[in-house]
Write a protein that binds this ligand. Structure first.
Ligand code: UD1
Length: 330
């Protein structure tokens, strides 16, 4: 790899900060751009941070040439599905319009590569069971649509030879840095592992299981949980692919097998050594019974191999981080 600076937008967030850490460990020069609206200054560790908005054209016109940026890893986005339903224009503004401004600046300043954080939410309810990259997209939330529109912009820029990309469609990201330096700090998160760890640490009364009557082996929903360390490693591989001159790609990021809500709860119980208080509730609107990645393409095309495909490891690292957050707050 050459040593041109890599701009990481949203690098102070959960997934972005793990990628920044791995890039730094690989000796690559990184500049983080994050407005700290949902990210945390301490999450970038010792990486250089510019506090600003990814849609700010004047800021980008300064940063991109000054740091000779050739590659952008674009994480900055809002990611809470129910919030996107309540306030869609905020999502189209933050996720789609800001991405448009970022991409326009990339084109103006000759940036060559973009690795983009997309989501399995682009598939929609028809992708019940298993989704491959060729499964038709049909997002049902403004969040999913805001991400899909960004995918379209990237494909159009590839088609006219302006910018090459790797679009990574994340399945259910969980777990934290095994060394406990960074983790998922987002307040008010509704993600299953986060909620379970908050119950295990006494910050929440109980965990609600949303639906126990699905046509799955134990009646609860099934998802493909990928450890954030493996997901971060996929970004480094995607970047290396683009820097080698590789063609634009769209790739699922998951393990290709799933666990149920009850299996996740059991893993968090094993990690904490105590039972979680659980209440069974009705299905949550918008949830599908099962979603697992067809995850062969990323292995074949990028040579990516999971190293942390272990639900207990995900639970241990997520719980350790939750305890650390709790200590910090007290
Ligand atoms: C969520 C997003 C999805 C996004 C993904 C990764 C929603 C509706 N979907 O996926 O768009 O791509 O995160 O960021 O927000 N569950 C419970 N109790 C809880 C929380 C969750 O039973 O307190 C169940 C859910 O019903 C589901 C599973 O756990 O079956 C996973 O849920 P969650 O962690 O919220 O992720 P997704 O909804 O799959």
């Amino acid at each position: 790899m050459t040593q041109a600076t890599i701009l990481v937008t949203g690098g102070a967030g959960y997934i972005g900060s793990h990628v920044v850490r791995q890039l730094r460990e690989a000796g690559l020069p990184v500049l983080v751009l994050d407005d700290l609206s949902t990210g945390f200054r301490e999450a970038v560790l010792d990486a250089p941070l510019v506090v600003g908005n990814v849609g700010d054209a004047a800021l980008l016109d300064d940063l991109l040439p000054r740091h000779q940026v050739q590659s952008v890893l674009h994480f900055a986005a809002r990611t809470v599905v129910p919030e996107s339903v309540a306030d869609p224009l905020r999502y189209y503004g933050n996720n789609t319009c800001a991405t448009r401004n970022l991409l326009a600046a990339c084109v103006r300043h000759g940036v060559q590569h973009c690795v983009f954080s997309s989501t399995a939410a682009v598939y929609g309810p028809n992708a019940d069971g298993r989704a491959s990259e060729d499964t038709p997209t049909e997002p049902i939330s403004p969040y999913g649509r805001s991400k899909l529109m960004s995918e379209w912009m990237l494909r159009d820029l590839d088609a006219n030879a302006s910018l090459r990309h790797v679009i990574l469609r994340y399945f259910n990201v969980a777990g934290c840095d095994p060394q406990g330096r960074i983790g998922l700090s987002t307040r008010g998160s509704t993600l299953l592992f986060k909620v379970a760890c908050e119950v295990a640490t006494g910050q929440r009364e109980a965990l609600a299981i949303f639906g126990t009557d699905y046509a799955t082996p134990d009646g609860t929903g099934i998802r493909d949980f990928i450890h954030v360390e493996d997901l971060a490693a996929a970004h480094l591989r995607a970047l290396a692919h683009l820097r080698r001159g590789g063609a634009s790609l769209t790739l699922n990021c998951g393990y290709g097998h799933g666990y149920s809500v009850r299996e996740v709860i059991a893993a968090v119980e094993r990690a904490s050594g105590a039972r979680l208080r659980v209440v069974e509730q009705a299905r949550r609107a918008g949830d599908i019974p099962a979603l697992v990645a067809d995850a062969q393409r990323i292995r074949t095309l990028l040579g990516w191999q999971p190293r942390h495909d272990d639900l207990d490891e995900i639970a241990r690292t997520a719980l350790a981080w939750e305890r650390r957050l709790q200590q910090r707050a007290s």
